[in-house]
Design a protein around this ligand. Structure first.
Ligand code: DX5
Ligand code: ZN
Length: 217
């Protein structure tokens, strides 16, 4: 099975956002990955609901929204209204994760949980069957263009074993430092979805880069 590809719009050119959205529409990518940062959960601010709405108005593929914010449960309906198809909250930002996941599903979105590089994968054992996706951060969240953390491969393998053991249908998403060198490694470890920001948008030929990632062996 080919991996699913989610270009991260954080690395797009915001002066030419429409062109970059159109490029993703015409590409072999499967989703738009949108990184929402609040300056509290991570030390960076990105963009919020108006930009998500604007992207949704042009996007021909589902929006995969990654919330790097505190109290994500307060904004579930807002992101649904803005056009999110998949909504991922951070484990570290969620005191009542089980409830939050079910609130996302009740809004007819796919529900995901993201883990920072230090958060034990084993903490998901009792909720894995409820999750549509788990996002493994393969860099520390907050910025595009960082170096892939090698240990993430072991984490993806452990998660894959957990999913099989629990007969869950959860997808594994790898996010951070994914390029043509690391894509094959994460796919081999068990990743289903590859997020790529810099690798796509700083490439001289983004369409071709997306196609190369899609055809990762
Ligand atoms: C980082 C974000 C990533 C980021 C990936 O906090 O979650 O989605 O945009 O960018 P690259 O692919 O450049 O590491
Ligand atoms: Zn992300």
């Amino acid at each position: 099975m080919k991996p699913l590809i989610a270009p991260s719009m954080l690395s797009a050119n915001f002066c030419r956002l429409a062109e970059d959205i159109q490029m993703v529409n015409e590409s072999e990518a499967d989703f738009f990955h949108l990184d929402i940062m609040d300056g509290v959960f991570v030390q960076n601010l990105s963009f919020g609901l108006p930009i998500v709405k604007a992207i949704h108005s042009m996007a021909e593929k589902p929006l995969d929204v990654h919330l790097m914010i505190v109290e994500p449960q307060r904004y579930i309906s807002d992101f649904k209204a803005a056009g999110a198809g998949m909504l991922t909250v951070h484990w570290e930002a969620s005191t009542h994760l089980h409830r939050t996941i079910h609130q996302i599903k009740n809004e007819d979105m796919l529900a995901g949980v993201a883990l920072n590089p230090h958060t034990p994968v084993a903490g998901l054992e009792d909720i894995i069957q409820d999750l549509d996706l788990v996002l493994i951060m393969s860099v520390n969240p907050g910025f595009g263009g960082q170096k892939f953390i090698e240990r993430s491969l072991h984490r993806i393998e452990s998660l894959r074993e957990m999913i099989l053991r629990n007969k869950a249908n959860t997808l594994i998403e790898a996010d951070g430092g994914i390029d043509q060198d690391t894509a094959g490694l994460v796919v081999k470890a068990g990743a289903d979805i590859l997020v790529a920001g810099n690798a796509v948008f700083k490439s001289p030929n983004p369409l071709e880069t997306i196609s190369l990632l899609k055809n990762t062996k």
